[in-house]
Ligand binder design. Structure first.
Ligand SMILES: [Zn+2]
Length: 108
């Protein structure tokens, strides 16, 4: 009886073609689809960047950070990150609110 080597090398399930592989690559060797890794910190970077930019754009530089947050959200949605749609909504809302708050502050 051999020890279970697969316990140390995680398998990956391709959501596109259903192939289960043991690979260190970030994409499916069968069809080339990029793996989604739930809970992976690296994968959620675009979402968190969008959240951060959206939050800051409420108070500072909405003309710069608003579009940046939207771009980050679009990248997150493209990569099918979790909460990407929410990030997009908050990015748009943050930019609009930032403009409104900025206009109010400018007009006194
Ligand atoms: Zn595949």
């Amino acid at each position: 009886m051999s020890t279970a080597p697969f316990a140390q090398s995680p398998t990956k399930l391709c959501s596109a073609c259903g192939t289960v592989t043991q690979t260190v690559k970030s994409f499916c060797p069968e069809c080339g689809t990029t793996y989604g890794e739930p809970g992976g910190g690296r994968l959620a970077s675009f979402v968190w960047g969008a959240f951060a930019c959206a939050a800051v754009s409420l108070l500072f530089f909405p003309i710069v950070l608003g579009p940046l947050a939207i771009v980050l959200s679009a990248l997150a949605m493209k990569r099918k990150e979790s909460h990407a749609t929410l990030a997009m909504s908050l990015s748009v809302a943050g930019m609009v609110l930032g403009f409104i708050l900025g206009a109010m502050a400018a007009s006194g």
